[in-house]
Design a protein around this ligand. Structure first.
Ligand code: G3I
Length: 321
């Protein structure tokens, strides 16, 4: 069981909970392109190094996140000194240099990488997300990223990672992308299902269908960013509405969350051979990215530990079996 962490959390009482309750960590932001490589000739290793050092000190596994994404990518990556958009050749070389530097630095502590994140479009009529990477390189950067990562660390388990994986249309596109890469002999070893769910979704049928589908690939499957929002799932940021003031962790929301956590871990256990890890996105309800997404400043309660780092009733459902 893993958890996404920030360097700041490792300096607080959350550090004790991480060591006590989890066997693996993921850097929530510190190892992403923008934070770790802010300028072409400057890397900012401090945050990533502190997480890597904590993992070594406490004998925790470490997942790397993420080497190539459309978000949190520094502007310099796509532009030359005059501010013009770079060519495909230049961008692929920059991607190679970045991946080689980051993967090599953490070769002795990171066992798995989310190499490429969220390249599948949410639009039913579109296969690839129309990102700057795609506009400059077409789909080629995806396969190249896996080859660069494998060359830098042949032992690392390399994942493609995405969200909304329980949506049949999106799921089938993710499946096709990964199968095509595998069939072409690209070094891909696993699929990361983010698992940003809610007390309203997925259904047991949808979750089972998703795990059954990806089991068929013969690759590792991991749930990489699990959280169960107490609000209906929305995939886009929006303005606050008057009804968003209703943001308490009511008994009704707690009950729904207990049932959802119970169901998903019952299903996870059925796929023990295929599902090789489950990572929670953030540590406790003290602070979650969902406190500001999709609604800025609307408190959410998506995790198994409350703001005082105490196990919630949902925790009991997950650990009893
Ligand atoms: O570090 C800067 C800080 O210097 C500045 O003062 C502050 C105010 O703007 O921003 C800080 O950066 C924030 C960063 O988190 C670190 O806290 C960014 O604004 C904020 O956008 C960023 O949010 C992260 C988000 O990815 C970015 O898209 C969330 O913490 C992180 O949980 C979230 O994680 C993603 C996964 O990587 C991929 N899957 C979806 C998941 C949720 O969006």
């Amino acid at each position: 069981m893993g958890v996404a962490v920030s360097p700041r959390a490792l300096q607080t009482d959350e550090a004790g909970l991480i060591v006590q309750q989890f066997g693996s960590m993921t850097a929530e932001n510190a190892m992403k392109m923008g934070p770790i490589h802010p300028e072409e000739n400057r890397y900012n290793w401090a945050g990533g190094d502190s997480i890597a050092a904590f993992a070594k000190r406490n004998n925790l596994k470490l997942r790397g996140h993420t080497l190539c994404w459309h978000n949190q990518t520094p502007r310099w990556m796509f532009t030359d000194a005059k501010g013009d958009t770079v060519t495909k050749e230049v961008l692929l070389q920059r991607l190679k240099d970045h991946i080689t530097a980051v993967v090599t630095r953490y070769k002795d502590v990171i066992y798995a990488w989310d190499v490429v994140n969220e390249v599948i479009s949410d639009r039913p009529d579109e296969f690839y997300r129309n990102s700057v990477w795609y506009r400059i390189c077409g789909e080629e950067y995806i396969a190249r990223a896996f080859e660069y990562a494998h060359a830098a660390d042949p032992k690392a388990i390399l994942f493609y990672n995405d969200y909304n994986e329980i949506n049949p249309v999106k799921r089938d596109k993710i499946y096709k992308l990964v199968k095509d890469l595998k069939d072409k002999g690209i070094p891909i070893h696993g699929v990361g299902l983010q698992g940003h769910w809610s007390v309203y979704e997925p259904t047991e049928e949808a979750l089972t269908a998703t795990l059954e589908k990806f089991k068929g690939l013969g690759l590792q499957v991991q749930v990489t960013e699990l959280d169960i929002s107490v609000y209906p799932k929305e995939h886009g940021r929006r303005e606050r509405k008057p009804e968003d003031a209703d943001a308490a962790y009511t008994t009704e929301r707690e009950q729904k969350q207990i049932q959802m956590y119970d169901m998903i871990f019952r299903v996870f256990r059925k796929y023990k051979g295929t599902l090789t890890a489950v990572t929670f996105w953030n540590i406790s309800d003290r602070s979650s990215w969902l406190d500001n997404f999709p609604v800025p400043g609307r408190k959410d309660y998506p995790l198994l530990f409350d703001k005082d780092l105490k196990p919630k009733k949902a925790f009991d459902e997950v650990v009893k079996f």
